[in-house]
Design a protein around this ligand. Structure first.
Ligand SMILES: [Fe+2]
Ligand SMILES: [Fe+2]
Length: 145
């Protein structure tokens, strides 16, 4: 992988997203715990850790390229007054993640950086799994009213 400035831009953009996702899942986990929704709180905390692992993969790549990670401002955590609102906020978050990684893959293919493409595709696959899981939880709640 070379240190193409646009590639570094995508790595830092993705890192900002992942750290924002950590903040959102972690804050929602705290909120769910306060509501007494223990299993939801545990699920949300696990998700926060999953996003932290993505942040670590991106940081590792930046550091291997000789660049200090430089995430920009975190997005505010989106909370809610109900479990459904939390799930919808997280679906939005995962849509945003998928959009970022799809664009990053297009960039990787344009500059023919196969290593970068592989990293972006591997995180993209994880985000698709997150979205599928959220869609499942949302439709389950709709069906059981
Ligand atoms: Fe992620
Ligand atoms: Fe995710």
């Amino acid at each position: 992988m070379n240190a193409n400035p646009q590639t570094l831009g995508w790595l830092n953009r993705a890192l900002s997203h992942e750290l924002s996702a950590v903040q959102q899942y972690q804050a929602q986990s705290v909120l769910a715990k306060l509501w007494g929704e223990t299993s939801l709180a545990n699920y949300l905390k696990q998700e926060a850790v999953g996003e932290l692992v993505h942040a670590e993969m991106l940081m590792e790549q930046l550091i291997m390229l000789g660049v200090a990670p430089n995430a920009s401002a975190l997005a505010p955590a989106r909370l809610g007054r109900t479990v459904d609102q939390l799930l919808l906020a997280n679906r939005q978050l995962e849509w945003e993640a998928i959009h970022i990684y799809q664009e990053a893959v297009l960039h990787a293919n344009r500059v023919r950086d196969t290593g970068f493409a592989a990293l972006m595709n591997s995180i993209l696959d994880d985000e698709r799994v997150h979205l599928t899981e959220l869609e499942r939880m949302i439709s389950e709640r709709n069906n059981h009213g």
